[in-house]
Design a protein around this ligand. Structure first.
Ligand code: NCD
Length: 309
């Protein structure tokens, strides 16, 4: 298995065996991610963190991961302070980051931007979310969270809820979960259904996802409820957004219909789709899930840089 120098553009770039290996490495990274142990395996390496779209968790956990490995970070969190403002192309910005660093993390509002970036860079490019496209590193931390909480990924009954049309995290996750033969149920407003392309990817892997608009029914025997935000910024029409916002709410009343050991996940940020009262229940896994971004991204950065613990 060789990860050195590889781009991470889509979770589909990895086999199940490779994903399992990344998850094993992530587990070893946990004490380092918590600051209980120290390592310098990426000393002298520089990461470019290029965020053309807002981010809290993805950017900070990538930066934390690089720092915890002994590396350094350069970059921006808002392109308005860069030469993009003067009309510079993405390709040229990427060429610069390529010559200033050893690995590039890029988030961009356009689907396909990370793939394009990888064509212009010799160093590895990691897709931190490309529009409504894919979000492979989030997918890996979501898998890691399910694995650590449920002890296995296989055979779980998993409900994906919310904006399945524009939500990039669920596009990557539905595919990856299908590799593990889980039971998938999609719950969304009619206008925000999972794209056919993703459903077909699941089917090709032997998983027939069910679709329903009844959340109560869907969660009654679920092991995992994965909630997503309605992706306001992707709507071409504000009225269409207003029609669907607030349509699903996860609260303690709803969770009475679920199994006692159901875990509630969310890539965050949440807006109104999970009530804060859920935070105090044992179901709430989303903050732990967000922490898991650090060990998983440490594993990825060390694997593609050829650094070993
Ligand atoms: C998600 C994203 O950016 O796609 N957030 C994240 O990376 N943790 C989800 C979202 O913005 O709703």
């Amino acid at each position: 298995m060789n990860f050195k120098g590889r781009d991470i553009i889509s979770i589909k770039d990895f086999s199940k065996a490779e994903i399992n290996h990344i998850l094993e490495c992530s587990k070893k990274m946990v004490p380092y991610a918590k600051g209980e142990k120290y390592t310098n395996i990426l000393k002298g390496r520089v990461l470019s963190s290029l965020f053309f779209e807002p981010s809290t968790r993805t950017r900070l956990s990538f930066e934390s991961a690089m720092n915890r490995l002994g590396g350094r970070v350069i970059g921006f969190s808002d392109p308005s302070g860069t030469s993009q403002k003067k009309g510079e192309s993405l390709a040229d910005t990427i060429r610069m980051a390529d010559s200033y660093s050893d690995v590039i993390v890029v988030r961009h509002p356009q689907e396909g931007a990370a793939r394009l970036a990888a064509e212009f860079a010799d160093v590895p490019v990691l897709n931190a979310g490309d529009g409504a496209g894919r979000h492979p590193t989030q997918c890996l931390l979501d898998l890691f969270t399910i694995l650590t909480e449920k002890k296995k990924i296989e055979k779980n009954k998993i409900v994906l809820l919310g904006d399945l049309k524009y939500g990039r995290t669920v596009h990557s996750l539905a595919y990856a979960l299908s590799l593990y033969g889980v039971e998938l149920t999609f719950v969304s407003p009619g206008s925000l259904k999972m794209p056919k392309e993703v459903i077909n990817e699941c089917k090709e892997l032997g998983v027939e996802p069910r679709s329903t608009s009844s959340l109560e029914k869907a969660i009654s025997d679920a092991d995992v409820l994965y909630v997503t935000r309605i992706q306001k910024e992707r709507f071409p029409d504000a009225e269409e957004y207003n029609r669907v916002v607030g349509i699903y709410k996860v609260d303690n009343d709803l969770l009475k219909h679920a199994r006692k050991d159901i875990i509630v996940m969310h890539p965050l940020p949440r807006v109104t789709e999970i009530k804060p009262e859920v935070d105090k229940t044992p179901h709430a896994l989303y903050f732990k899930q967000a922490f898991n971004g650090v060990p998983v991204r440490m594993a990825l950065l060390s694997l593609i840089s050829g650094g070993r613990l």
